[in-house]
Ligand binder design. Structure first.
Ligand code: GLN
Length: 309
């Protein structure tokens, strides 16, 4: 990782950090597991990575946090690389309009989740990646280490254990889909993979760098291709429409970029062809999106004029 004089957006980031620092009302950290509830909602970091691997940031941009649902983007990309469009027979591409951990639509839609970014859909993607690799979470970790250039990136086993201890809702989703034969692996195996996937600890710098694969239209940091240009466009489109759950419309309205949030308070976003962003602040709104994170991305696209629209 390098901070270079070509840090084109650094003055914008500094202005945003200063504005966010003055803003009261930061939401509340996720409290569904004890390991996340202790986070300070005033923490804030933001990083921008450019397609050539230049990365820079403000605030706590090098401090690891719990990535949670952000990793759903990378498991989707890794599974598309492995099996291509056959994945879409098992998971849809429509916004759900429901909370990220909702069960309600599954019965009407024969165990096919609405999209890969709600928990039900992510469980299906992880299940399919597990069948193809024998170690879905390990495949994800190796990918994130390679793309971020950070070999120390790792699972947070305390978070994974906390997820397991409070995992009834995810277990219910997995069992319910298994009853429709939309899960291949034994549910306990799948849940172990999924909870470790959610537990990866990474910084804004790490995640902005890893997300540049989507800014480079599917090309990895080493120049090899993970996704076709068309698949990269499709992943970006699903992020835009489904990446922030039942707030995706509001996020598109305010930010105007493909983005994906996690209940650890992180959000990644993509400006195709130009850069990737990651912002972190643990205080969430009632839909599970970081309050300061959405505000910061809103300011970024407003101040720079960058958006996909
Ligand atoms: N580990 C969380 C869960 O499965 C991830 C949810 C999220 O980040 N939205 O409930």
């Amino acid at each position: 990782m390098t901070v270079t004089s070509s840090a084109a957006f650094l003055p914008v980031l500094e202005r945003i950090a200063e504005e966010i620092g003055r803003t009261p009302g930061r939401g509340r950290p996720a409290d569904y597991i004890p390991a996340l509830a202790a986070r300070d909602p005033r923490s804030f970091g933001m990083a921008v990575a450019e397609p050539d691997g230049t990365v820079y940031g403000v605030g706590e941009w090098r401090r690891p946090f719990s990535t949670q649902s952000i990793t759903k983007v990378f498991t989707l990309a890794l599974d598309l690389f492995r099996e291509g469009d056959a994945l879409w027979e098992h998971v849809g591409r429509e916004p759900s309009g429901n909370p990220f951990n909702s069960l309600v639509q599954l019965e009407y839609e024969n165990g096919i989740p609405r999209n890969p970014f709600i928990n039900a859909g992510a469980l299906v993607v992880t299940d399919r990646l597990q069948t193809r690799t024998g170690d879905a979470a390990g495949e994800l970790l190796a990918f994130l280490r390679a793309e971020s250039g950070n070999p120390d990136l790792d699972f947070d086993l305390e978070v994974a254990a906390s997820e397991t201890a409070h995992g009834d809702r995810n277990a219910a989703l997995a069992h319910f889909m298994a009853s429709y034969r939309n899960i291949d692996n034994p549910v306990p195996v799948l849940l172990d993979q999924y909870f470790r996937q959610c537990s990866v600890a990474a910084s804004c710098a790490d995640l902005a760098l890893a997300t540049t694969v989507l800014a480079r239209h599917g090309v990895r940091a080493d120049g090899t291709r993970l996704l076709t240009r068309s698949q990269a466009k499709q992943v970006n489109a699903v992020m835009l429409t489904c990446g922030t759950y039942d707030a995706a419309g509001e996020f598109a309205y305010r930010v105007g970029l493909p983005g994906k949030s996690g209940v650890g308070g992180g959000i990644i976003a993509v400006v195709p062809g130009r850069c990737a962003l990651c912002v972190w602040s643990p205080g969430l709104d009632e839909r599970g999106n970081s309050v300061a994170g959405v505000a910061a991305l809103d300011r970024f696209t407003t101040l720079t004029g960058l958006s996909v629209f």
